[in-house]
Design a protein around this ligand. Sequence first.
Ligand code: CDP
Ligand code: CDP
Length: 221
Amino acid sequence: AADIPVITIDGPTASGKGTLADEVGKALGYGVLDSGALYRVAGLAARRAGVDLDDGDAVAALVPGLDLRFQDGHIFLGSEDVSARLRAEATGLLASQVAVHPQVRSALHQLQLSFRRLPGLVADGRDMGTALFPDAPLKIFLTASAATRAERRYKQLISKGIPANIEGLREDLEARDERDKNRATSPLAPAQDALLLDNSALGIEESVTQVLDWWQQRRPF
Ligand code: CDP
Ligand code: CDP
C-alpha cells in the first residue's frame, strides 16, 4: 500500500478539514477518509450500549461488532442512517472521550488503513500524518483561530436547522481541543514534516488551490 498516494489533513475541530478533504478528493478523484466519524461511531455505540466511556477495554470490545456501512456520503449503523446524529457536537464530545484510550485507537487502526486504495486517499483527522500514514508524501496541519472556528461551526449548525449557541460552542470546541492535544496516545500535533495552513482568512476555494499546488510540487504521483 506504500505506493498508493495519501494526503493527510490533521488539525483542531472546525478548522475545515472535512470540507478541504472532500474538495481535494473530488479534484483528484481520490477516496476520502473521515476518521473522526469512526471515533464518533465508537462514542455513540458506547453510549447506546450503556458502556462506561472511561473503560477503554469495554469500549474497544464493541468495535469489531459494529455493523458499519458507508454509502453516498451517509453512514449506516445496522439499518439506521446515523449521519446527522454523528455530526452533533454532543457526539463529538463522546468521540473525544473514547479517543483517549489506546485500545480504542488500535481497534480502529486497521479499518482506517483499509481506506488506502488506488488511485489515492485524502485522510482527515488528528493523527493521520503522525500515526496512520507516516509515509504520506503530503501532510497538512490545518488551523484557524478559535473564534473563527466557533463561528464556522455555528453557521454550519444553523444552516442545517440545528439550534446552537456561539459561546457554548466555543467552550465545547476548546475543551475538545485540549483533550485531543493532551492525551498520551496520538495527541493532536503536527507531524514533523507537515505543512502548516492557517485558513482563518482563507476561503474554501483558496485553501483547496493551495493544497493542490503543494500536491503538484510533490509529483510524480
Ligand atoms: O472537519 P472540520 O471539523 O475541521 O471542519 P468542516 O466541517 O470541514 O468545516 C466547518 C465549517 O467551516 C463548514 O461549514 C465549512 O464550510 C466552513 N469553512 C469555511 O467557512 N471556510 C473555510 N476556509 C473552511 C471551512
Ligand atoms: O469535525 P471535528 O474536527 O469537530 O471532529 P472529528 O474530526 O469528527 O473528530 C471527533 C473527535 O474524534 C475528535 O475531537 C478527536 O477526539 C477524535 N479523533 C481522533 O482522536 N483521531 C482522529 N484521527 C479523528 C478524530
